[in-house]
Design a protein around this ligand. Structure first.
Ligand code: HEC
Ligand code: HEC
Length: 629
């Protein structure tokens, strides 16, 4: 189990206020919960956090806070490792051991050297491969510890989860995830609990660095997603404190365009307009123009529904950003979830909020036979193709003509697996009809792959036009990073395509919490259509644990491209506007005792100060632009 909880929610509000008060006092300092943060003890023993920029002002007596190791070295011999169960600021780390890449173990106790002449710093980097700034940090691993500090600072990677945000627990998991890391420390360990999260009460963005003194194993400081120069500066300062020498000043931030530290600038520059979708080997007609043209007609054909009134475009309308503007979709009957946009769905690793399919043609099969959506059957779909699209269909699939659907004895008017009319059919005829049904999905997929939006102001800015966006929008984008949004919303589509729990409210008509990927992902592996018979090439290899606690209440991160057109938001459509959504994030989702969500908000979803919330709305508005007709 991942221990995502600490003193979240109600205490967090109190903390938010305190932090705000603190930040308010320290006029002119970074307005967001800081890039680097120091702790101090509050009355209840929890550390309070404030921006690192504040540290120089407030943290004056820091040199005295650590007993330089002496008391743990008795007659030249190390005292027993300090007894602790939790990681807290200014306290020794508990004696934990983790599996490592390569099959060994790493223990905190192995770094405890109380009798050493000088302290070393153990620099723990909690990271996850889904996370945008983590990927940057991993790639720049070799630059993080300046060469002159190399003998005094040991970096250790503690990997929380993989690119789908499935927990990394074992050496085998690490071996699987290593290629995703893109660069790593000499020691890489599996640490799904994120034990250091208590250090960063309000700001636990990944990558999250904990600075530990090897002579006492005391956690001295932490930094959430710091600029590399700042990390180096803080390491120098901590070493100076440990050595009792004067603290060097922190290096000033070098900001690109006056707003962005260079690591954020780099990640920002990957948020470019999405180009063509990736190759789709399971669909041979994916990029055939004739297939896309036919698919486009099928997408708007209401005769593919039982009532003759519902088409894909009913719930995915171009003028509504390829969504429907409703909290939960209404097809033949009312549904339980919000309609996500189809814009750039062709780029996604998974489809649906819960990831229950991974190709668009498999996706299309869902609504056609879903009784709440189009309520059709594969036999009806095949008959419709036979009656209205035969020539064009056979032109796209010349080697697979339609079966003799006019033969009513062999091919009843309606039927799908589980219905008597279907189950009575000959196996070969069933197979032939299912092939038609699947190919309808492939035609629709070919169309969906052509859907795109016009380049927007952000695209122009990233192409080099510094005047393309306003100063407020730039500040908003800066806050998008410092508030932690870019952990999950990055890249051309502003999504990691991974599964996360942020306790958005259910849209289920029965009012119960939606379990999300915990139900959806196991269905992916067992989908009866996801087989070699129906695919034109190999499916992507999946690593999908059938049950893992972090998937409970987790949903796929949606694209933010076009989201200005697709309110209301979230899997349940519970948030009507961007300001409402930001407020939801600011308080780290619905409170733990609210039954409209299940599971815990992830620890790295950080508090957002009130004064930064408006800026985030500015940033969100930047990601949308009109759909290309
Ligand atoms: C009644 C409204 C409705 C109809 C009709 C409908 N959809 Fe959807 N669509 C939804 C909803 C709601 C979801 C999300 C469902 C879920 O995640 O469980 C969705 C999800 C999707 C997705 C996944 C997008 C993503 O990012 O996860 C795609 C693609 C899509 N629909 C395409 C289609 C196609 C193609 C058709 C027609 C064959 C269609 N839809 C018909 C409401 C509808
Ligand atoms: C830990 C990953 C993560 C972080 C951090 C994160 N998001 Fe999200 N975002 C998601 C997921 C997952 C959803 C869908 C959640 C659901 O429906 O349950 C989502 C939904 C959204 C939506 C709704 C889009 C739609 O079409 O419904 C917006 C807008 C959004 N996030 C913006 C932000 C902003 C702004 C921030 C920073 C304050 C942020 N996100 C931080 C993962 C993340």
């Amino acid at each position: 189990m991942r221990r995502f909880r600490t003193s979240r929610h109600e205490p967090a509000r109190v903390l938010g206020e305190r932090t705000k008060a603190l930040a308010g006092v320290l006029v002119g300092l970074a307005g967001v919960l800081g890039a680097a943060v120091f702790g101090a003890c509050s009355t209840n023993g929890d550390p309070i956090v404030a921006s690192d920029a504040a540290a120089t002002e407030v943290d004056a007596n820091v040199g005295s806070r650590v007993d330089a190791g002496g008391s743990l070295c008795i007659d030249g011999k190390p005292a027993p490792y300090p007894k602790r169960t939790t990681v807290d600021i200014f306290e020794p780390l508990p004696a934990l051991t983790f599996p490592t890449l390569g099959g060994g173990t790493f223990s905190f106790a192995s770094r405890f050297e109380p009798c050493a002449k000088t302290s070393k710093i153990l620099l723990l980097r909690h990271t996850a491969t889904f996370c945008g700034p983590c990927q940057w940090s991993q790639k720049h691993t070799r630059e993080l510890v300046p060469p002159d500090l190399a003998s005094r600072v040991e970096l250790v990677d503690l990997v929380i989860s993989d690119r789908n945000n499935v927990a990394v627990r074992t050496s085998a998991d690490l071996a699987r995830v290593e290629p995703e890391l893109g660069g790593h420390a000499d020691i890489v360990a599996a640490e799904p609990e994120f034990v250091s999260q208590r250090l960063g009460l309000g700001d636990r963005r990944l990558p999250f660095y904990s600075i530990v003194d090897s002579r006492t194993m005391v956690a001295l400081n932490f930094l959430a997603d710091p600029e590399p120069e700042r990390l180096a500066g803080v390491l120098r300062r901590e070493l100076a404190d440990l050595d009792g020498t004067p603290r060097p000043p922190l290096p000033p931030s070098a900001l690109e365009d006056g707003v962005f530290p260079r690591h954020h600038w780099d990640v920002l520059h990957e948020m470019v307009h999405p180009g063509k979708p990736p190759a789709e080997p399971t669909n041979a007609v994916a990029d055939l123009p004739a297939a896309a043209a036919l698919g486009k007609e099928l997408f708007t054909d209401t005769q593919l529904s039982s009532t003759g009134a519902i088409a894909c475009s009913t719930c995915h309308a171009p003028e509504k950003g390829y969504a429907d503007g409703k909290p939960q979709s209404v097809g033949v009957a009312a549904g339980d979830r919000n309609a996500p946009t189809v814009l750039y769905a062709s780029h996604a690793r998974f489809q649906f909020w819960d990831g229950r399919v991974d190709t668009l043609w498999l996706q299309a099969a869902g609504p056609l036979e879903n009784p709440l959506e189009m309520d059709s059957t594969r036999l009806e779909v095949a008959h419709r193709i036979h009656a209205h699209y035969k020539d064009r269909y056979e032109a796209v699939f010349p080697s697979s003509p339609l079966p003799p659907l006019g033969d009513g004895a062999r091919f009843p008017a309606r039927g799908k697996p589980g219905e008597a009319s279907w189950d009575r059919m000959a196996k070969d005829d069933q197979m032939a009809v299912t092939q038609v049904f699947v190919r309808v999905g492939k035609l629709i997929e070919a169309f969906e792959r052509t859907i795109t939006a016009e380049p927007n102001a952000l695209d122009r800015y990233l192409a080099g036009d510094r005047a393309a966006i306003t100063a407020a929008q730039k500040r908003g984008l800066g806050t998008f990073f410092t508030a932690g949004c870019a952990q999950c919303h990055y890249g051309p589509r502003l999504t990691d395509d991974a599964f996360h729990n942020i306790r958005f409210a259910t849209g289920r008509r029965d009012g119960t919490a939606d379990k999300g990927a915990a139900i959806g992902l196991p269905l992916l592996a067992t989908n009866p259509l996801r087989t070699a018979e129906y695919a034109d090439g190999p499916f992507r290899e999946l690593y999908l644990p059938t049950s893992t606690p972090e998937l409970l209440g987790a949903f796929r991160t949606p694209t933010l491209r076009g989201s200005a057109l697709t309110a209301p938001y979230g899997h349940g459509g519970s948030l009507s506007t961007f300001p409402e959504l930001i407020r939801h994030y600011a308080f780290q989702g619905l409170s733990r005792n609210d039954s409209r969500a299940v599971g815990e908000t992830e620890a790295w979803v950080s508090l957002i100060l009130e004064e930064n919330r408006g800026e985030l709305v500015e940033a969100l508005s930047l990601f949308s632009s009109p759909i290309v007709p």
